[in-house]
Design a protein around this ligand. Structure first.
Ligand SMILES: *Cc1c(COP(=O)(O)O)cnc(C)c1O
Length: 427
């Protein structure tokens, strides 16, 4: 197999796994254990000090989680990955791993509500300030950079604007400044978008969404692109001796895996947001069908977007697959397999009609999630961005008449029927 460059559809089933040598189990076993027996003192010392590879304690490392980590790294083309308890833990851990009090982040203002809160309300209490910029013009990122800026953070497909960033341009700006570009690739997934091919250095995922794909488990992943020079003088944690680990220097010891190994050794150790092996198993089940689900979901989303755009019940539709979208050209360049399966639209009749419409839907589930195989609907101003002030909602692009669909794998004609009957019921 090693002589052939295997395709995504094959890797999503096989990458990162060597069938269990003890039993030959075909499925990835769930190593539901807190700890692992040391052979002897030498091994105990070696593993505990990170001088030797091996398993000691599931907060830090677990063989089931490791298959998930290696599989996502293979699918996205990274040098390594880390599984965490949630997408939020993945984002917070990524920022903690590269900042100190006094540092700054520059982020697109079109962010997931939870990330918005992390950057705007929580991190400043710990001395890390974020400047939010309008991502429509890449130069806005450059203008916001200072000497203390340690990263640029964007999402593959912004929420709720369903906007797409000019990744190569923003990646060049980050590179010129000697800082990493971090991409939250939750809405893209490695099937639709490969961030490291377009200037990104780190990606984070809420595995809760498309990777799991069935709405059963909360989890997150960080992927290290292995393509950033942590020895450029801006990141002393990577280039000075670490007293907690026999004074080794992470950048020298781990090379292109320095970012992801340090995240594990420092932040799984100290914050402890580790993923349950059982949930890792469910994410592996989900990954096996990622591309199959997304091909169907993207195709159906395009049909629904076109239906909505032609409907007198709708004032506007945000979906980059539509020719009228300001992000259509960027979508074709960066997401040629389709710009995801999430769209937002403004219902004619404002908030009151949005309420009636959502309550009248029969197949779509009204809940706060995306990326399920089942179709989902939410009112962002009430739910996903409900904790933001009105001014913050306007900044993030949230509007009262706005409805968000996450399109599943149901029969597309059944979904179109559901939307039409709910328009009629809400008229
Ligand atoms: C859901 C989500 C998160 C947070 O992930 P959790 O697993 O819910 O913690 C982060 N970013 C995006 C884009 C998301 O959709």
């Amino acid at each position: 197999m090693s002589q052939r460059q295997l395709s995504f559809d094959t890797l999503q089933l096989h990458a990162g796994q060597t069938p269990d040598p003890a039993t030959g189990a075909r499925a990835v076993p769930i190593y539901q254990t807190t700890s692992f027996i040391f052979k002897d003192f030498a091994q105990a010392k070696g593993i505990s000090s990170a001088e030797e590879a091996g398993y000691d304690y599931t907060r830090i490392i677990n063989p089931t989680n490791e298959v998930l980590e290696n599989r996502i790294a293979a699918l996205e083309g990274g040098s390594g990955a880390l599984a965490l308890a949630s997408g939020s833990a993945a984002t917070a851990t990524t920022i903690l791993n590269i900042t100190h009090a006094g540092d700054e982040i520059v982020a697109a203002k079109t962010l997931y509500g939870g990330s918005f809160n992390l950057f705007v309300n929580t991190l400043p209490k710990h001395g890390v300030k974020t400047t939010l910029v309008d991502p429509i013009d890449p130069e806005n990122f450059r203008r916001a950079l200072t000497e203390r800026t340690k990263a640029i953070f964007v999402e593959t497909i912004g929420n709720p604007d369903i906007n797409i960033i000019d990744f190569e341009a923003v990646g060049r700006i980050a590179g010129d400044h000697g800082i990493p570009l971090i991409v939250d690739n939750t809405f893209g997934t490695p099937y639709l978008f490969l961030p490291f091919n377009y200037g990104a250095n780190i990606s984070v995922h809420s595995a809760t969404k498309y990777i799991g794909g069935h709405g059963t488990s909360i989890g997150g992943l960080i992927v290290d692109g292995g393509n950033f020079n942590w020895g450029n003088g801006k990141f002393p944690d990577f280039t000075t001796p670490d007293p907690a680990y026999s004074n080794f220097i992470h950048w020298e010891k781990w090379g292109n895996q320095a970012f992801i190994v340090k995240a594990r050794l420092h932040y799984l150790r100290d914050i402890g947001a580790c993923l349950s092996p059982f949930n890792a198993f469910l994410f592996l089940q989900g990954l096996e069908t990622l591309s199959l689900r997304l091909r169907r979901q993207v195709e159906t989303t395009q049909r629904i977007a076109e239906f909505l755009q032609a409907s007198p019940d709708v004032d506007w539709v945000n979906y980059p697959g539509l020719k009228s979208s300001p992000y259509h050209a960027l979508a074709q360049k960066y997401l040629p397999k389709g710009p995801g399966a999430i769209l937002t639209f403004g219902i004619n009749g404002g908030f009151e009609r949005a309420k009636k419409f959502i309550e009248a839907l029969k197949i779509f589930s009204f809940l706060a999630n995306v990326g399920d195989s089942k179709s989902l609907v939410v009112h962002p101003a009430t739910v996903t961005h409900g904790q933001l002030t009105e001014a913050e909602q306007r900044l993030a692009g949230v509007k009262p008449e706005q409805i968000r669909f996450s399109i599943g794998t149901e029969d597309p004609d059944d979904l179109l029927w559901d939307v039409a009957q709910a328009f009629a019921a809400s008229r």
